[in-house]
Design a protein around this ligand. Sequence first.
Ligand SMILES: NC(=O)c1ccc[n+]([C@@H]2O[C@H](COP(=O)([O-])OP(=O)(O)OC[C@H]3O[C@@H](n4cnc5c(N)ncnc54)[C@H](O)[C@@H]3O)[C@@H](O)[C@H]2O)c1
Length: 370
Amino acid sequence: MEKLSVGVIGCGRIGSLLERDPYRRKPCTHAGAFSACEGTALKCACDIDPDRLAQFRADWGVDRLYLDYREMLGKEKPEIVSIASWTSTHKDIVVEAANSGVKGILCEKPIALSLADADEMISECESNNVALMINHERRWDQRVLAAKKLIDDGTIGELRSIRGEMLCGVPDERSWKSDLSLVGGGPLLHDGTHLFDLIRYFAGDAVSIVGFVQKNTSLPIEDSATATLMLENGISANVEVGGRRAYFHFSVSFWGSNGMVAVGNGINDLWVGAESSSFDGFRELSRREFPLPETYKSSYLSMAEEMVDVINGSSTNRSTGEDGREALHIIWGIYESERQGNSSIDLPIEQKEISPLVDILNRQRLGRAF
Ligand SMILES: NC(=O)c1ccc[n+]([C@@H]2O[C@H](COP(=O)([O-])OP(=O)(O)OC[C@H]3O[C@@H](n4cnc5c(N)ncnc54)[C@H](O)[C@@H]3O)[C@@H](O)[C@H]2O)c1
């Protein structure tokens, strides 16, 4: 079968450069995934930075390179567009690509800066019959899927609660991640989106949220947040994000009526209820071997293969635009709770245009700390 042609927009870290990291298992970028996938071929790339394009040419041997994505879409007509540029650009690029004749779009997380933008992206893709996939890549991670199977097959009993942590430091003030107009928020948005997406993937939508958001630095973004989400299935999820740490830690633990499964960066845990060997007539959690997959397969490669299958009609899309939008919806719920004095916020949020974080920041300028 003819390979589907791919254009990468945004040739930075996740678009291409992380493939140079000797420690990461490969492929681990957009270019790496679509280059390794049998059903696709890299055709062209775009970045506003000529140096990034030169690096892309050196790494992937692609010489159809553009400084303007509109020109690239018009001249090259790629069948798949892979968007790995700053979050602020996602909406305009998706809308333009959806109207240029592409069959599929892989767009980085977070989907967009606002719920209104996310809605526009979803409806433009729908009306043009374009598959929109959001790169919450843990949905394709074998270890995450093994954890999901343990929950779905009842190994830990009935799911009762979830705890999640995405702890990290504060971005450099010169980074695009410190520019509110490009990034849209702090760790809640940038990496927290993976946490909320996984919670939804395992346990469904949130219906109400109480959040506490803190800003302790001069950057125009939050650096720490905690929240409790009530989910539609009646269980709660407690999360902590950011926290000004000198390390990165990502972990989600799923607590059942008879055990616990945790999965994260470097974490695969399975504990099940058993008779205690220390106390008579007492049940405790006992560690079991986590069923790791025997062979490794990159989540990025699985994602690229799924994109091909979705376009060919032989697979469903496990990470849709709606999924990306709902992760953002939860984050806005946390900001909105902070904005309303840490009240419980029922979803859906009706105001879709301006992030509640902006209002919080405006108030802070008026002297009201949050
Ligand atoms: N899924 C993940 O685990 C993951 C990991 C890292 C980053 N991301 C996401 O990927 C996106 C990019 O992050 P990054 O860390 O790779 O950033 P980066 O700065 O390393 O790369 C982004 C690139 O996009 C380019 N760019 C900006 N505007 C552009 C435009 N209009 N047209 C073409 N190119 C443009 C920049 O010049 C830069 O080279 C962000 O949305 C981020 O949240 C996701």
